[in-house]
Design a protein around this ligand. Structure first.
Ligand SMILES: [Zn+2]
Length: 303
């Protein structure tokens, strides 16, 4: 019998938090909750997927969503458990996973990979999104919300059933992608390094690498054991078999780009003409314009 988790009558709950919009009108900020275990929840909406892991010592939250979504996230977690949020882990530096940090109290310990903190401070535009970086929320309040606990290869938080492991396996989506494992539950949060079944953002402006991406994914597949379910950055919960297949999918895209380069094709022509190989069912290529800068980066790193 766990005393730390509120009893829930339904697996999926939908909650609505109303906040005043900039024009004084009410904007609804809705978070959808998927319960994976009695003490682990996925919270969707307002940016990347967040996870709330309820322990005796407090709630460990993974990713804090877009600006303005931190408080709705805090409120929603408050409906799930009376325990306070004590740790916020950021899987990487992108705005839709970190900007909510500033809405959390100073008592929270912010944790991220050692490359992620400087990237949050540098506030570089995301490669391929085609718009400048948004104003940084971390310049006010003496950097409140920036990670103060960082790690290089591996970090363990808590012990026993409350243990959380953070791993770094190299460059992929950014240069600071943390893989967050809840060993007692056999669950991992992959962040945007595994966003869903589509070509990922390969954000060279923030340390990411297309040519390194497949190998990093293979290292995760081989290096993480005991995990049965994977929380993706922006999609549904998937499996280790899905992750292994995703490594092959990204690998096929990168090696096909390298072959096209060797054959003299332009990056734009390759991006426009590439089709998802038939063996990858259910995958999306996305708009060719978005892929072109990633192909340009693969070409530049392969030359
Ligand atoms: Zn991202």
């Amino acid at each position: 019998m766990r005393r730390r988790v509120a009893v829930l009558g339904a697996v999926v709950l939908v909650g609505v938090v109303s906040v005043a919009g900039p024009a004084g009108r009410q904007a609804e900020r809705t978070l959808e909750v998927e319960q994976l275990e009695d003490n682990l929840f996925v919270l969707r909406g307002g940016g990347g997927n967040s996870a709330a892991f309820v322990t005796d010592g407090g709630v460990v939250l993974v990713d804090s969503k877009l600006a303005g979504w931190g408080q709705p996230l805090i409120d929603k977690v408050g409906e799930l458990t009376p325990n306070p949020i004590t740790i916020v882990i950021n899987t990487h530096a992108h705005f839709d996973h970190v900007d909510g940090n500033v809405e959390f109290p100073a008592s929270v310990d912010f944790v991220a990979h050692e490359n992620t903190r400087p990237l949050m401070e540098e506030n570089n535009a995301v490669r391929g999104l085609g718009r400048p970086a948004r104003p940084s929320p971390f310049e006010a309040d003496g950097g409140h919300g920036l990670p103060e606990t960082t790690f290089s290869d591996r970090l363990v938080l808590g012990r026993g059933d409350d243990r959380v492991e953070l791993h770094y396996f190299g460059r992929a989506h950014t240069g600071g992608d943390a893989w967050v494992v809840f060993p007692a539950l056999g669950v991992m949060h992959a962040g945007d390094a595994f966003p869903g079944k589509n070509i990922p953002i390969m954000d060279s402006n923030n340390g990411g690498s297309g040519v390194d991406y497949p190998e990093t994914l293979r290292k995760v597949s081989e290096g993480i054991t005991g995990v049965e379910r994977i929380i993706t950055g922006h999609s549904s919960v998937m499996t280790p078999a899905d992750l292994a297949e995703y490594a092959e999918f990204v690998g096929a895209f990168v090696s096909d780009a390298q072959a096209a380069q060797a054959a003299g094709a332009s990056a734009a022509d390759f991006a426009a003409g590439w089709e998802v190989p038939a063996r990858f069912s259910g995958y999306n290529k996305g708009p060719a314009e978005r892929l072109t800068p990633y192909v340009e980066d693969i070409y530049a790193a392969t030359r």
